[in-house]
Design a protein around this ligand. Structure first.
Ligand SMILES: Cc1ncc(COP(=O)(O)O)c(C=O)c1O
Length: 354
């Protein structure tokens, strides 16, 4: 069988992970708040009145209408995927040939690299400068020298929480010959979207998701916002019925009721500031400012902290020390009582060891 497999796929690890079973799960930047019960019931009623023997709408018109209302982008400039992960796949399928160059800052979201590998592209990961500031000038020179097909800017960045200034985004957009993908998976926690740039920059594509601020990671609904020309190209590679009817219905309910769902944002942001202040007071880590729903810090005790939390039935994300990158921790803000528990355990490790 090995001889039949594409070379670039041979060493790729399959994404086969069991659903985590912990009391507190804060390793995947999800929302700690489940979808409101009253809206779940509305969803159930709608499903009872839906013919499930029929294929879903192939191009999700009702959802496009709601997304257009939410983002201000015309429906013709929006496409949806089974999570923004699928949209990243579509971008690679339609724009990237084997051997093409893709540029991103690093560290950033793992799927950029996985899709570059599947596409047999060369992914140039430009290491951040000190303080985890993306190295904009090197990204620009790499993209220009190599005529890069894609440049990724993750804003706010996963995992560092860094937010790009408007100035930096414009500098890149004005300089590179590439499709620039501004990944705004966490934008609701930051608030400064680049959507208004779409009219001026035809090669800009914005990625969004309902998995984070909307608390709907379970339904797999992501979307891209862009110029009609790019969106039409993505439609060419989209699977015929990529968004199932359940996802489409629930996403529409969520968007129609966004005022009440997005109220949780304020709680999460307040918790982030409280947790940040607490950790800073410990004076034991290198903590980075976060524009997102998670906190990222580097520490020689990162592994100890991870193990101590695991022992207490709490799952966070631990990044092992690699090359010049020290061990680090990323955890998303949970409900206030969960955050208190996490912070108390971290404090305990700092003062007394695991
Ligand atoms: C930066 C970033 N982009 C995209 C995604 C994918 O989101 P989804 O596929 O759930 O829409 C994630 C998920 O963690 C992410 O962190």
């Amino acid at each position: 069988m090995k001889s039949l497999v594409r070379e670039n796929i041979k060493n790729l690890n399959a994404y086969k992970v069991d659903a985590p079973q912990y009391e507190i799960i804060v390793n995947a930047n999800e929302s700690p708040y489940d979808f409101p019960m009253i809206l779940k019931r509305q969803f159930c009623d709608e499903i009872c009145n839906t013919d499930l023997n029929r294929y879903p709408e192939a191009c999700f018109p009702e959802l496009l209408k709601e997304l257009s209302d939410y983002t201000g982008v015309p429906e013709e400039g929006i496409i949806c995927g089974s999570g923004s992960d699928e949209v990243i796949a579509m971008i690679n399928q339609s724009f990237v040939n084997a051997g093409d160059v893709i540029v991103s800052h690093s560290p950033s979201f793992a799927m950029y690299d996985i899709w570059a590998t599947i596409s047999d592209a060369r992914h140039i990961r430009v290491e951040d400068l000190p303080e985890h500031l993306p190295d904009i000038d090197t990204m620009i020179s790499k993209a220009c020298e190599n005529n890069a097909k894609l440049v990724y800017l993750c804003n706010p960045n996963n995992p560092t929480g860094h937010t790009f200034s408007r100035e930096d985004i414009l500098k890149i957009l004005d300089a590179v010959p590439s499709l620039v993908i501004l990944d705004e998976a966490y934008i609701e926690f930051f608030g400064e979207s680049g959507v208004d740039l779409l009219t001026q920059y035809p090669k800009l594509l914005i990625l969004r998701t309902l998995s984070k601020a909307f608390g709907l990671a379970g339904i797999r609904c992501g979307y891209a916002l862009g110029n009609k020309e790019i969106i039409d190209i993505l439609y060419k590679v989209k699977g015929p019925y990529n968004l199932n009817v359940l996802t489409q219905k629930l996403a529409v309910i969520a968007l129609k009721n966004r005022a009440s769902i997005l109220r949780n944002l304020e709680i999460v942001k307040a918790e982030r500031e409280k947790a940040m202040a607490f950790l800073e007071e410990l004076n034991a880590f290198k903590i980075y400012p976060s524009g997102s729903n998670f906190i990222y810090f580097e520490s020689p005790q990162a592994e100890e902290i991870y193990e101590a939390l695991l022992k207490n039935n709490i799952l966070i994300k631990y990044f092992k020390e690699v090359d010049r990158q020290p061990g680090s921790i990323r955890f998303s803000l949970g409900k206030p009582q969960d955050n208190q528990k996490i912070l108390a355990i971290i404090k305990e490790v700092v003062y007394n060891g695991a």
